[in-house]
Ligand binder design. Structure first.
Ligand SMILES: Cc1cc2nc3c(=O)[nH]c(=O)nc-3n(C[C@H](O)[C@H](O)[C@H](O)COP(=O)(O)O)c2cc1C
Length: 201
């Protein structure tokens, strides 16, 4: 087996390693390198997954924005333990994150909402995310309604539209290696430090 492909350079701090991989993904992935799978568990204990966009990250966690009254929002309200997953096909790398989703501060959500294009702001008002939409027209009419309502006005952030920060308890880095002998490094939170181990593929 060739060892030409370098093994994961396991740093002490997984956030530094994450940022290095994310930078590479931003260079190499054609579309949405910040797309990540979010898995939640419903009140009836049914797991469910969907893609959301990573909007920021740091030592405190990984932030995405959504509608708290959506299916995912309700599930997180029931059980804030969630899992994130990135798969960057062009790098043949995967990152698994397990952690606790917590609402971001209102100020942080306001600032991010403010940075969004007007159409997206109106969309946040018009969409009852995850509720039944009877006809497309209904949505288009709601967009018209809010466009009219906020014409030449500052569009406020709907209170149901905000961000979650996933505070990581576990982060696993996975890299493709020949003959499926992939390289895996797991970081597990232990108070204020990380326990690091390699895993069998
Ligand atoms: C590339 C991509 C990015 C997405 N980003 C977001 C996002 O940041 N926030 C969001 O609420 N939904 C996003 N969605 C839509 C979600 O996947 C999902 O359809 C929606 O949030 C409703 O999910 P739920 O019914 O499980 O709550 C994205 C979908 C794709 C494919």
């Amino acid at each position: 087996m060739t060892e030409k492909i370098k093994l994961i350079n396991a740093k002490e701090d997984p956030i530094i390693l994450f940022s290095e991989w994310f930078e590479e993904a931003k260079q190499k992935e054609i579309n949405v390198p910040n797309a990540m799978n979010l898995s939640t568990i419903s009140e009836s204990l049914m797991p469910s997954s969907r893609i959301v966009l990573l909007k920021s990250f740091d030592n405190n966690g990984f932030v995405f924005y959504t509608n708290v009254e959506s299916k995912k929002g309700n599930s997180i309200n029931f059980n804030p333990q969630v899992s994130l997953n990135f798969y960057w096909k062009s790098l043949l790398r995967q990152i698994r994150i397990e952690g606790i989703a917590k609402l971001v501060a209102n100020k942080e959500a306001d600032e991010y909402f403010e940075s969004r294009p007007e159409g997206s702001k109106i969309g946040a008002w018009a969409s009852d995310q995850s509720s039944e939409l009877k006809t497309r027209e209904e949505l288009i009419n709601k967009i018209k309604k809010y466009t009219e309502k906020y014409k030449k006005k500052t569009i406020p952030r709907p209170l149901y539209w905000t961000g979650f920060r996933v505070e990581p308890l576990l982060i696993e880095f996975w890299q493709d290696m020949p003959f499926r002998l992939h390289d895996r490094v797991e970081y597990k939170k232990n108070k204020n430090s990380w326990l690091i181990k390699r895993l069998y593929p």
